[in-house]
Design a protein around this ligand. Sequence first.
Ligand code: PLP
Length: 434
Amino acid sequence: MTTEVAVDSRLVLTDEQVREIAATYGTPVYVIDEGHLRRRVGAFKTAFEKSHPKTELTYASKANSTLAVLRIVYSEGCLIDVASEGELRAALAAGVPAKKTHLHGNAKTAQEIKAAFDLEVAQIVVDNFEEVDMIAATDGKCPDLMLRLAPGVDPKTNAKISTGQADTKFGFNIADGSAEQALLKALLLGLPVIGVHCHVGSQLVEPDAQIGGGQALAGFVREMKQKHGYVTQVINVGGGLAIRYTDDTEAIDPQKYCDELTAGIRKGLEGTGLDPVLVQEPGRWIIGESCVTIYSVNNVKTVPTKTGRRRYVSVDGGMSDNPRPALYGSPYPVRWVSGDGRGAKPDAVVRVAGKHCESDTLFDDKALPANVRKGDYLQVLCTGAYNAAMASNYNRYSRPVSVLIREDGTHTMVQRAETWEEQFAREIVPEDLS
Ligand SMILES: Cc1ncc(COP(=O)(O)O)c(C=O)c1O
């Protein structure tokens, strides 16, 4: 099996690969390409390191915490950002030492904080005043702390994944003085605050907002140095870079982006004597384009509409393996693969529907061959981020298998589908329930 056809930056499997993987593992199936993923991490890391002398790249594991993915990105030199105890335990299960993880979350529980202390994570990213109190009250050696700040920049992206503006649940607002108060409170309590963090939003096609976020953090730490003599050791500007969910989205050049980002921060720090380590924590940009999902076409229907007729192509997956179209109206690139090797042109416009008991429209107005039929496959690109991670058992479907295409071209299953027993194992029916 050839590992990859790189028609552009995104992983695209050949038709033969699609048929072989589908025949071997069934569908729907997530397919991750190891070499592609390693190259993505390498490209970002190299660009970031070239742009500034002191950097650290962290992978935001919420995007995809499949253990094999965590193992690969860690082995390529990434630290791991975890947003819950579950993600922390996934990192540990993948062989990542806690010392290489950062714990995030806007509503951490005392138990999560205790676990972070006991397991000895490298950093906790503190979100709110209650958390400062909880941390101060926790026994044991406190990990290094970062303060999450809301820099007040509005990212141009879907409102559901915008986080850097002032009206947000995340972090301490800089403009209203909360960030300064939080810093002083934590320092007064003797807590080891080593720096500041922000994450302004996700799927940012225009990276101006992250650059603005970095500059706002630089401005804040400059002021804290001047007013309080506080010396920041780390500035973390989060993740958020967009990937190519549509064919006409331009690929972001990591070098250009890192150069602009780090230059903006350096400018903001000029004359302060501050020389912090700069950190970024992309998730989607690292894993998103390294994975495709293969579906089988189950049926095709043409129905009357108010203005004409519509063709529905129903596949054997849907919002349980990819909730993003339902959540955010997210587009995806879709490629048709004939089940029997016949050729055809994309000469019809169809709606691709999922199998769930809702409209479950996966992809609207897609150009597919008019004679698409049961037994054909659809290959959906760019499904590495927030697909497996957000998958559910809606309608009691098992979450799909994940397959890894190795660098030598072989393939192997890295996550199997759930068994019926596993689905029911958590449930308790009271004996006397009639
Ligand atoms: C704190 C933080 N860092 C990093 C990320 C990763 O964002 P992305 O996957 O868009 O790079 C997120 C996403 O929600 C986040 O909340």
